[in-house]
Design a protein. Sequence first.
Length: 398
Amino acid sequence: MKKMFASLVLAVLFFASLAPMVWAQTPSGVITGQVVNGTAGGALPGPMQVTVQGFKGTEPLPAKQAQTDASGLFRADGLEIGEDYTYVLSAEYLGIQYSSDFITFEVGKTEAQAVLFIYETTTSDEAISLARVHFVVEVTEGTLDVTEVQSFSNSGDRTYIGAEPAASAARTTVRIVPPQGAENIQLDEGSVGGRFVQVEGGVADTLPVVPGNGTLQVVLYYQLPYDPASTTLSTTLLYPAAAANVFIPDNGMEFSSERLAFMSKMGTGPQAYVGYVGVDFAKGETLSMVFKGSPTGGSASATPAAGKFPTLGYVLVIGGLALLLVAGAVAYPSLRRRRQAEPAPAAPPVSEDEQDELMAAVADLDDLSEAGELDEETYRKRRQALKARLLEIEGQRR
């Protein structure tokens, strides 16, 4: 009897010891969804592989794979969930990588639904326009330092892949022409001979433009000689543009333009900027901006070290670029980038410095939010944009 009692006690103790392990297990999540061909009359090619890329904060998790059925339905399970977990779906079709928006699990729920769109292609640029063009302009040591972001949209239902190239030439899509007199021109996320190709008067991108608002971004940096008496920056818009805006430090520099009006002031202290905005620009229109005066300080500490242009992450933080709602007419897009439709010269390796700066930018945003200097919506959108860029970096390294 004593032996039976002792055995019972040991059994109870054993199962009791397992209880904390069982209760400590983190519940797993499931994403169910469907791959849909967004082109009118377009069909699915059959079963497809969907990649599920997760993030905990900004740190990527091991990617998972899911298989669709003939109708595009898929299920991905065993996913970690929690407040700081985010997922993105991607699939390749006709040589182009398509991605979903960010997916999060609602509090208390273990299931989420998503739709991943793929598209047929076109060589016509009729549906291509600029959702917005941003300029961040500062003065350092007698030069006008300009960061320009062109955000392209595709209002059609086919991915624009550019015209058929000549023999041995790379297929190109949108063109970018720096303003006359620009010096020290640099391109973010690529170089001439890599992602970008030299063309008459400027450069052309080799990435396709996926249907949607602001689905492709081109970031370029350049300098213009600066005369405090008056310096004009004139640029020709090669595509119709819904909006354009400029951000200058709130440090005494004067600004004027016939097409841009005062929008608002943003930020405080060394990160205080003044924004101007204009809308409805025609294809081929020239946008002219005049800068005068000598900076009196204010934003100097926010400017990157001499000789080093800011990264896209820096631009996103100081001005909220690509995240401002301009007169309610243009909406924030996920900063999604697509791989080119046909093989092109390999892009240079992603800079470790950029990833570090993006991580630091996320941390800075967290600090600003905790200090109450950013409203919740602005904080969420800026953080999502930075995480989107981190996702792109991770994708380029896989």
